[in-house]
Design a protein around this ligand. Structure first.
Ligand code: AMP
Ligand code: GLY
Length: 427
């Protein structure tokens, strides 16, 4: 089949790479792709949220299956638009993607279907917020309702934090319409883990868990980023925790979505806080994580195109699905200055030598290919992934690969996976 992948980051390169291994896939287009996706197919210059042009392209080129990487096109209704045109596409409908697109929708849904999450109130303006806050003890959390590129959650430990959140949300109106509603919720003091499932509307397959590293510097210091690295599976997601996630979160969610008339198809990304051996939902996302996809997809042994295709068709009843029992680690190599401003266009050295290594994959995030060279083209440039039997060996292998790559100003965290090693008692 001919496949179109929508997006241009490291997540999309890993999706394209995984699809390229399937005997079912003849040709892959990526919109708009990067220097890595072009290795496995053809990049087309259409933005990931230009839904009209994507529909036109898919019709003209008789695309058999479209896979969407980022949340924005999903929340804007790309799945509905493709389906109306008779095109097969993987992901939730616009209404179902509200689980990510509206935190208020997600919270009310969780309350209705008894899915564990922190207690909350919804406010519509600054006055209502101040009324709630004046009686609240620190810490607590303020979150804007809509998509905010990972910047819409404020953990409030002090008056200063509170004033900053209020100022950004209501005085400077940084979040615009995304902050028409705001949630004030209880702080959960635990450890975070993400659990992923691919859903066919009724059934699901569980993918390996993962832990992201959101802060830019080692030991979770510095500002938030899109994610500086990940490892999978996370020892925090024990069998016991995963069973609770399935019974208390995923199964009631799928049943609830059917009851609401919006069955959930696509990737369900459960962002969880584990506390006293119980999982609580921080947020749902309706897509793979980035860089979590770069560690999860290499652990899938089954045919990924078949998995995605059967999810769209609602046909998991006859799916065979196998996972590797190795660990995967991904270290993100970023441009100098990221997550603040940075320059791009620097030559990347070392990639050609690493093109065909065993259990190691260099996923391109922001690169472009020009005159036979790869150049940096954004903040998160590459995701260096390695697999091994133990987490410790996978970490060492990933950092050995990192040493072979260089570009001007390259920086990365040196402690990806260390939390996992501590939990396993290895260090
Ligand atoms: P969210 O966008 O809801 O995932 O929030 C972003 C980040 O804020 C999460 O990854 C957590 O680190 C933190 N966070 C969100 N909600 C809470 C909460 N209720 N308690 C503690 N930390 C939270
Ligand atoms: N790495 C976090 C996310 O994809 O949302």
């Amino acid at each position: 089949m001919k496949v179109l992948v929508v997006g241009s980051g490291g997540r999309e390169h890993s999706i394209v790479w995984k699809l390229s291994q399937s005997p079912l896939v003849e040709k892959i287009y990526t919109a708009s792709g990067n220097g890595g996706t072009r290795i496995h197919g053809e990049n087309i210059p259409i933005d990931s949220d230009d839904i009209d042009s994507l529909v036109d392209f898919a019709k003209k080129n008789e695309i058999d299956l479209t896979v969407v990487g980022p949340e924005l096109p999903l929340v804007k209704g790309i799945v509905d638009r493709f389906s109306e045109s008779g095109l097969k596409i993987f992901g939730p409908t616009q209404k179902a993607a509200m689980l990510e697109g509206s935190k208020v929708f997600a919270k009310i849904f969780m309350k209705k279907y008894d899915i564990p999450t922190s207690d909350f109130v919804i406010v519509k303006n600054k006055e209502e917020a101040l009324e709630i806050i004046k009686n609240k003890k620190y810490p607590y959390v303020i979150k804007v309702d809509g998509l905010a590129a990972g910047k819409g959650a404020f953990i409030i430990f002090s008056d200063e934090d509170c004033n900053n959140a209020i100022s950004q949300i209501w005085d400077q109106k940084v979040f615009d319409e995304a902050a028409n509603k705001v949630i004030i919720e209880e702080y959960l003091d635990g450890e975070e883990v993400s659990v992923f499932a691919v859903c066919d509307g009724e059934r699901y397959v569980l993918l390996p868990s993962a832990q992201d590293h959101k802060r830019v510097y080692d030991n979770d210091k510095g500002p938030n980023t899109g994610g500086m690295g990940a490892y999978s599976p996370s020892p925090l997601a024990t069998e016991n925790i995963l069973k609770k996630v399935e019974e208390k979160i995923i199964k009631p969610l799928l049943k609830g979505m059917i009851k609401e008339g919006i069955p959930y198809k696509g990737v369900l990304y459960c962002g969880l806080m584990v506390l006293d051996d119980e999982p609580f939902v921080l947020e749902f996302n309706c897509r793979f994580g980035d860089p979590e996809a770069q560690v999860i997809l290499p652990l899938i042994e089954s045919d990924f195109a078949e998995l995605i295709s059967k999810a769209v068709d609602g046909r998991f009843e006859d799916l065979t699905f196998n996972l590797s029992d190795k660990y995967a680690v991904c270290v993100v190599l970023a441009s100098q200055g990221y997550p603040g401003s940075y320059r791009k266009g620097f030559k990347i050295y070392g990639l050609k030598e690493l093109a065909n290594i065993k259990d190691g994959y260099i996923f391109h995030a922001a690169t472009r290919y020009e005159n036979g060279e790869y150049l940096t083209n954004g903040g998160r440039v590459l995701g260096v992934t390695a697999l091994d039997v133990t987490l410790k060996d996978a970490i060492e292998k990933a950092y050995k690969l990192v040493e072979k790559i260089h570009f001007e100003g390259m920086h990365y965290r040196k402690d990806i996976g260390v939390k996992g090693l501590k939990r396993l008692g290895v260090i």
